[in-house]
Design a protein around this ligand. Structure first.
Ligand SMILES: Cc1cc2nc3c(=O)[nH]c(=O)nc-3n(C[C@H](O)[C@H](O)[C@H](O)COP(=O)(O)OP(=O)(O)OC[C@H]3O[C@@H](n4cnc5c(N)ncnc54)[C@H](O)[C@@H]3O)c2cc1C
Length: 413
């Protein structure tokens, strides 16, 4: 970082913003740091919001990255409950909703993403809920009691995790998915089928290839009208239909945006004084050779660390195999890689086993892996993907051959 950088302003105090602020101090950045976030909570992690917090197993404070006092103690001017409304790039300053203006030498955008809203008649009913932040999680939890009928729209990760939490609390759960299988955006159909069976075993009425035409309030009970003419009765609806990046600030300021603020592998946007990290970015991943946008803990954590280090004068790019996990009932699912097509899978074990791993390969090179209750395979699987070397698929499929040994062999070669 140049000698002239005295003030770094971070917009968005979620996971990536909180990690970046702490990393700047840890790397010895001695200038001023201002961390501005719309939410009233200190920076926190979101995975528990659809799991432990939603199930009522932990208090809100457990989601915090660091105690609230950390920011003051480390000379980080943390301003919760403040929204940034404009960036003036020429003058290098931002404007807050309160009207205050804050100058910056360098700016970091960590504005994340928001839940995509349903668009159909009745979608504005107050008992149609979303799940993105702590307030959403606590509001949904209020409703998740024994016997309550919950209709979940969307069998993506958020919808399925919420369905599992709702079942844990004794609610009746119907999940409605427009695609033929759950998780189709991120998993191959075989894994979607496995997850569908898991939910049905746990008492969820999961219906796929179905679309909803309207939500009607019939004397207090909600009726979801489906395109096939049937209806589903519910007390509350949770819409888990994806997220969209909070790019409006960047867009209005004229930064390059393509469903995400475009950055290189160093987190640099099209303005040399503005960086970005986390869910809001469409960043270049050198391992994949293309730009990707991720909604994942690992990316919020490690991209934020990498970009903060760059802002503090470092020179190491962010280059990792994307990694994501989900917990539902007694199943831990992990995904490494972000393949555009899964193609034919290489199975280590199978869906009838307690634990198994599957790989996707292109030209014999592993490009992605999914572990199901088999997290110990994940580290070597990621290493195999990172190395980008062809591997004999019969070896990959052979459960007697340890992935650790394959990874070691490839590392030596
Ligand atoms: C319910 C849920 C469960 C998840 N579970 C998993 C999981 O199991 N595994 C996994 O790998 N990932 C999971 N994720 C994804 C992971 O949590 C996100 O990728 C991560 O939170 C992204 O961090 P971020 O800092 O980029 O965005 P966020 O954490 O969303 O933070 C962005 C912050 O910016 C603020 N902001 C936006 N605009 C402005 C503005 N103009 N001014 C001021 N502040 C602003 C927002 O209010 C927000 O606080 C989950 C996400 C959710 C929502």
């Amino acid at each position: 970082m140049s000698q002239t950088t005295r003030h770094i302003v971070i917009v968005g105090a979620g996971h990536a913003g909180g990690v970046a602020a702490a990393t700047l101090r840890q790397t010895g950045f001695a200038g001023a740091i201002t961390l501005i976030g719309s939410e009233r909570h200190p920076p926190h992690e979101r995975p528990p919001l659809s799991k432990e917090l939603l199930a009522g197993a932990i208090p809100v404070e457990k989601t915090y990255l660091r105690p609230a006092a950390f920011y003051g103690d480390n000379r980080i001017d943390f301003r919760p409950g403040e929204t940034v409304t404009a960036i003036d790039r020429a003058a290098q300053r931002i404007t807050l909703a309160s009207g205050n203006v804050v100058p910056y030498d360098n700016l970091l955008l960590t504005t994340g993403a928001r839940a995509r809203r349903l668009s159909l008649p009745g979608a504005d009913h107050p008992r149609v809920l979303y799940l993105r932040d702590i307030t959403d999680s606590l509001a949904l939890r209020e409703h998740l009691n024994a016997g309550v009928r919950v209709a979940v729209i969307g069998a993506g990760f958020i919808g399925l995790e919420a369905a599992a939490a709702a079942r844990k609390r004794g609610a009746h759960v119907t999940v409605l998915e427009i695609q033929r299988e759950p998780l189709q955006r991120v998993c191959p159909p075989e894994i979607g089928q496995f997850m569908a069976a898991l939910h049905r075993r746990n008492g969820v009425d999961l219906r796929t290839a179905i679309s909803i035409t309207a939500i009607v309030d019939a004397d207090g009970a909600l009726a979801l009208h489906l395109a096939d003419g049937s209806t589903v009765a519910a007390d509350i609806v949770l819409a888990g239909i994806g997220a969209q990046p909070n790019v409006e600030l960047a867009q209005a300021a004229g930064l390059v945006v393509e469903d995400g603020v475009v950055t290189d592998e160093f987190g640099r946007t099209s303005d040399p004084h503005i960086f970005a990290a986390g869910d809001v970015t469409r960043h270049f991943n050198p391992l994949l050779g293309r730009k990707i946008r991720l909604e994942a803990w690992q990316n919020a954590q490690n991209q934020a660390i990498a970009v903060a280090q760059i802002m503090a004068g470092g020179d190491q790019p962010y280059a990792e195999v994307p990694w994501f996990w989900s917990d539902q009932y007694d199943v831990n699912l992990q995904i490494a890689g972000a393949p555009e097509h899964w193609g034919r899978l290489i199975w280590r074990g199978g869906p009838n086993d307690k634990a198994f791993t599957v790989f996707a390969a292109r030209d014999g090179i592993p490009i992605a892996a999914i572990t199901m209750n088999n997290g110990r395979d994940m580290r070597p699987a990621r290493e195999l993907i990172t190395r980008r070397r062809p591997i004999d698929p019969t070896q990959l499929a052979d459960v007697v051959v340890k992935l650790q040994d394959l990874a070691k062999e490839i590392g030596r070669g």
